[in-house]
Design a protein around this ligand. Structure first.
Ligand SMILES: *Cc1c(COP(=O)(O)O)cnc(C)c1O
Length: 419
């Protein structure tokens, strides 16, 4: 079934940036960007990996640093005129190390996948064995998909979750580690709604002499706000995105101890990337600054409490929520008890202005739906908004009533960029 979201009404929406020049110079693309802004503010964004960055982050992204070439690292660039690029990157690195309590930060990775690629490049050789969550259980493409470099260049062994509880089966992780002796073990997932037990992962890695790579792309913002445990004290390398719950610009980052700093930096540049995107590095600095505030910590905790309310509401509506709930922003639910599969549910929800993804369900051939509360929490929808949302989910999937109008009303009440 095709997934189409209805066009948003031409609601008056505050522009987060000065679009004046674009409107004058290129109305064709300006129209597309304005339509996208109306789509984002006229529907509700439940895609688990998405959020709304602040106007300050958007301003840094649209700044003159976008013009600057700065291959290398602060104080050691291959280009002239890097004084301000150096200043921006030093601030970003200082804020990242202080925010996450890490000895070293590399803030140049273009994306979460690039960060994982660099981590593998720093620690592994092609052909090495890596133990990571299997893709049918929620592993990311970079955790051994045959369609990704990871599956082509390394021998991936997949661990899974318990068929009853849906929780990571650490006994299986240990058994697989003992028999396959991986060079690295990866924690992290695109859809696991609970906290990985980093202490147990560390123990298992130590027992078999493996590196522990934490791919914290999803929960990094919760970690920044103290709403999820940090892998930094346990993992050799922590990879993350800056654009999910962390609410920064689209990009990646890597944290590690001082002893791996040089290897990680060289694995990013020049091994897997060229010039850093300095406007994005500056925007990451802005986001790290925002994430260090008490307001962000309160936000991160609200993201989790909202997800818990929404998960309970979805269960009450008849959805089967995996692991029975969530400890994070992520919810995975099987709509089968409502008589539809994930694809049909997603299409019906999209038609009602509720935008989200399908995802694999462990031990099932059917797909479920995956959603997250990062964006709607940024919009300030509150716990009562989450209870309302759950009811709208039920109605949309059962095709009862005019859910789209109600979604439009909610979206208008909580604009992502008020002003
Ligand atoms: C999102 C994600 C990534 C990749 O991030 P991109 O920026 O899309 O490349 C990697 N690993 C995990 C676990 C993720 O959730």
């Amino acid at each position: 079934m095709p997934v189409t979201t209805p066009a948003a009404p031409p609601a008056a929406t505050a522009l987060p940036q000065d679009f004046g020049a674009l409107l004058r110079e290129d109305p064709e693309i300006a129209d597309v960007l304005l339509a996208e802004l109306r789509r984002q503010s006229g529907t509700l964004q439940l895609t688990a990996a998405e959020n709304f960055t602040s106007p300050a982050v958007l301003a840094a992204l649209g700044s003159p640093l976008a013009n600057k070439y700065a291959e290398g690292y602060p104080g050691a660039r291959h280009h002239g005129g890097c004084e301000q690029a150096d200043a921006a990157e030093r601030i970003a690195v200082r804020r990242a190390t202080s925010l996450f309590g890490a000895e070293h930060a590399n803030v140049q990775s273009h994306s979460g996948s690039s960060a994982v690629l660099a981590a593998y490049a720093a620690l592994l050789r092609p052909g090495d064995t890596v133990l990571a969550m299997g893709l049918p259980y929620g592993g990311h493409l970079t955790h051994g998909s045959p369609a990704n470099f990871s599956g082509r260049w390394f021998e991936f062994i997949g661990y899974g979750v318990d068929s009853e509880s849906g929780l990571i089966d650490y006994h299986q992780v240990r058994t697989l580690a003992r028999s396959h002796r991986p060079k690295a073990i990866v924690s992290g997932s695109i859809s696991y709604p609970r906290h990985p037990d980093y202490e147990v992962f560390r123990e298992i890695a130590d027992e078999v002499g493996a590196y522990l790579i934490a791919d914290a792309a999803h929960p990094m913002g919760l970690i920044a706000g103290g709403a999820a445990p940090s892998p930094v004290p346990y993992a050799d390398v922590v990879c993350a995105t800056t654009h999910k719950v962390l609410r920064g610009p689209r990009g990646g980052m890597i944290l590690c101890g001082a002893e791996l700093a040089e290897r990680i930096d060289r694995a990013v540049f020049p091994f897997t990337q060229g010039g850093a995107q300095m406007h994005t590095v500056a925007a990451k600095a802005v986001a790290f600054g925002e994430a260090a505030t008490p307001a962000f910590s309160a936000y991160a905790h609200r993201v989790v409490s909202h997800a818990r309310v929404l998960a309970a509401g979805l269960e009450a509506e008849g959805f089967d929520v995996t692991t029975g709930g969530t400890d994070t922003h992520l919810i995975v639910a099987d709509p089968a008890p409502l008589g539809v599969d994930g694809h049909t549910a997603r299409a019906r929800l999209a038609a009602a202005g509720l935008v989200l993804d399908t995802c694999a369900l462990p031990y099932s051939d059917a797909r479920g739906i995956r959603l997250g509360t990062a964006a709607v929490t940024t919009q300030g929808m509150g716990d009562s908004g989450m209870a309302r949302l759950a009811a709208l989910f039920g109605a949309a999937v059962r095709e009862e009533g005019d859910v789209l109008s109600e979604v439009r009303e909610l979206a208008a009440k909580f604009p992502p960029y008020p002003g």
